[in-house]
Design a protein around this ligand. Structure first.
Ligand SMILES: Nc1nc2c(ncn2[C@@H]2O[C@H](COP(=O)(O)OP(=O)(O)OP(=O)(O)O)[C@@H](O)[C@H]2O)c(=O)[nH]1
Ligand SMILES: [Mg+2]
Length: 313
């Protein structure tokens, strides 16, 4: 075998139910906050590529995807379609599971079976003939640790799973092992991207997402799901980045909530997003925000497209 053929490279989809830790895993491994994460389900709405090159070993093109669920609203159906379509062009699937939630589910406790919502995720890729690694995430929440062993043993009997890797993305546990297992199952071949490439997403996208994260973290019920952010202006002025963002909400009442009493909420959002953007871009950021009502945008195909959903860039 010559040296070049020992290098592994390919695309790995991170798929699973909402809120299991897919984006946290990608960010951990690539070492940058590329994909936003919150404690609310349905945070990720797009396919997001994150590339990491491991010298001499290989290059992984992670494809972070929206959580797969039985969606009703148009935005959610679009998100699930984005996730499912992403599976068509990858070399490997990492099916990510919230281990604590799985072990607490009735079907697991009673029959050692995966719950319906996990089976629904499997249905999306099982006909595609792609190798699958099961990632048992959030194991920091499982105690005592020994209770995990019979779960792993049981799941090794499951057909689609080639390997099972327990992880804690927030603690950073077993991430190297996950990388090694992924590299073991990727095709051999030269890198697909330049070594220093991080993503194919534009800086505007990252900026809009950081702002959306700051809002999602602070809002509740339907408000976080009614927010879309557009960057109207992204300009370099001297050493500074000057950004102007429009925060779209679905109804007037949501506008009041996002602005907050005396503008308190929008001030906090702007300040947190600005700090995070400064860390990402490595320079000073001036951020201006406006909140606008775009009635029922999440049910309307043309506004969905305008905000970048269901149309991959
Ligand atoms: N305790 C614990 N929490 C975790 C772990 N990984 C992720 N989380 C938390 O789980 C929540 C969801 O994480 P995300 O990475 O946004 O999950 P996701 O699967 O990308 O979710 P969607 O984008 O909504 O599909 C966040 O609050 C994370 O901090 C873990 O290993 N342990
Ligand atoms: Mg996510």
């Amino acid at each position: 075998m010559n040296e070049e053929s020992e290098f592994a490279s390919g695309f790995v989809a991170l798929v699973g139910k909402p809120n299991v830790g897919k984006s946290t895993i990608m960010n951990r491994i690539i070492g940058v906050k590329l994909s936003i994460t919150t404690n609310k389900p349905q945070t990720t709405r797009n396919r997001i590529l994150g590339v990491r090159t491991f010298a001499e070993k290989g290059q992984i093109g992670f494809v972070d995807t929206p959580g797969i669920h039985r969606a009703k609203r148009r935005l959610n159906r679009t998100m699930v379609k984005t996730a499912v379509d992403s599976l068509r062009s990858v070399d490997l699937v990492c099916h990510v599971v919230d281990t604590e939630q799985l072990m607490d589910s009735r079907s697991w406790k009673q029959n050692k079976e995966l719950p319906d919502d996990e089976a629904f995720v499997i249905e999306q890729y099982e006909d595609d003939d792609i190798p699958v690694i099961l990632v048992l995430n959030k194991v920091d929440r499982v105690s005592p640790k020994e209770t995990l062993l019979p779960v792993i043993a049981e799941l090794s009997e499951y057909d689609p799973f080639l390997e099972i890797v327990p992880t804690s993305a927030t603690e950073g546990d077993n991430m190297e092992r996950l990388v090694d297992v992924i590299l073991d199952h990727l095709p051999q071949g030269p890198p697909l991207f330049p070594e220093d490439m991080l993503t194919d997403r534009a800086e505007r996208f990252i900026a809009a997402e950081y702002i959306r994260e700051a809002i999602m973290k602070r809002t509740h019920q339907e408000v976080p799901y009614g927010v879309a952010v557009e960057i109207e202006r992204f300009a370099e002025e001297g050493d500074m980045l000057k950004l102007s963002a429009v925060i779209h909400v679905e109804q007037k009442g949501q506008k009041g909530i996002v602005i907050g009493e005396g503008g308190e909420m929008i001030k906090e959002v702007g300040s947190e997003a600005r700090q995070q953007l400064e860390a990402f871009f490595g320079r000073d950021v001036f951020l201006e925000t406006h909140v606008r009502v775009e009635r029922d945008w999440s049910e309307n195909e043309s506004t969905l497209h305008r905000f970048g959903y269901g149309r991959e860039t």
